[in-house]
Ligand binder design. Structure first.
Ligand SMILES: NCc1[nH]cc(CCC(=O)O)c1CC(=O)O
Length: 313
């Protein structure tokens, strides 16, 4: 293999993430010629409608998967949390590099924490998972829809009191220094939300590199940038998500951390309005079984009824 074509979405975050993966691969194989191919997905084009309405996160991935299947590209770099539970025919995740900070960040215009935002403050997020968990702590907040790439969302903070973004994205962009985010000519204090306050999305902070199942040479190359511990955590989180049938219509969070030889998995399920938030945690050895087991327990413990409640949001 002499040439590798890498598919990426066109957002600033996507191209930055892809650039980091390309650099890591070049370090492994300096003779390799790597070409980056930008793909505009439907999810990138439809920015004014909430994701739960236009068909979910798969929108960002399905066109890229087609390019892999058609041989237009050889690998695709995704944010692990954007990858659906079931991959397209003939494709596999070839590598999961070491995870970044998995937490969500509260970025308040005047530097407040979640506790000292003023009564009725307007907080921007289109994620049902973030919305439910914010309202569980501060029922008085007005949570308003906020879509677009992370640069766009940061700019929209001008018209709001606060927004919530993943730490990983901000960090990979090089916009986070200490407790401040500096980007697009603005600078704000940030407060990380702990996984107890706001359980992250399954896979948040991790990248997933997808390729063709049959491409043994590519799989061999990707093994060099793979992190087995991150994979184990992400597997437990995704097993939880798959078992609860996580679509964008339901607020679901799952976060696993290694604890000696075992994994500690924390998860949350809520109804779409965020009136009821159900939390659970469990330790286990086998990542997939742990994710499934915690999901089954939480569904049996009332989660099934939460998921059955659907609303127009
Ligand atoms: N849904 C978009 C998306 N996909 C991955 C990230 C952040 C980076 C990551 O989690 O790895 C973001 C932005 C955000 O949620 O703030």
């Amino acid at each position: 293999m002499r040439r590798l074509r890498v598919g990426t979405r066109r957002s600033q975050l996507a191209t930055t993430q892809t650039g980091a993966v390309v650099a890591a691969l070049k370090k492994e194989r300096s003779d390799l010629e790597i070409e980056t191919v930008e793909i505009v997905t439907r999810g990138d084009q439809i920015l004014d409608v909430s994701l739960s309405k236009v068909g979910g996160k798969g929108l960002f991935v399905s066109e890229i998967e087609k390019a892999l299947q058609d041989g237009v590209i050889d690998i695709a770099v995704h944010s692990a949390k954007d990858v659906p539970a079931i991959l397209a025919q003939g494709l596999v995740i070839g590598a999961i590099p070491p995870r970044e900070d998995p937490r969500d960040l509260l970025i308040a215009k005047n530097g407040q924490t979640l506790r000292d935002l003023p009564e009725g403050a307007r907080v921007g997020t289109s994620s049902l998972r973030r919305r439910a968990q914010l309202l569980a702590i501060r029922p008085d907040l007005e949570v308003v829809p906020l879509r677009g790439n992370i640069d766009t969302r940061l700019r929209k903070l001008q018209d709001l009191d606060a927004i919530v973004l993943a730490a990983a994205g901000i960090h990979r962009m090089g916009w986070l220094s200490g407790q401040r985010v500096q980007a697009e000519g603005v600078s704000y204090d940030v407060t990380p939300l702990t996984p107890f306050e706001c359980v992250p999305a399954a896979g948040q902070g991790a990248l997933a590199i997808e390729c063709r199942e049959q491409d043994t040479e590519v799989l061999q190359l990707l093994a060099a940038i793979h992190d087995r511990e991150t994979e184990r955590c992400v597997m437990a989180e995704r097993a939880f998500l798959a078992e609860v049938g996580g679509s964008c219509q339901v607020p679901v969070g799952a976060y696993a951390a290694p604890s000696f030889s075992r994994l500690n998995l924390a998860a949350m399920l809520a109804d779409a309005r965020g009136n009821v938030v159900l939390r659970g945690a469990m330790m286990g050895e086998n990542a997939r079984e742990l994710g499934r087991e915690l999901a089954l327990r939480m569904l049996a413990g009332g989660g099934d009824r939460l998921l059955a409640m659907t609303y127009e949001v």
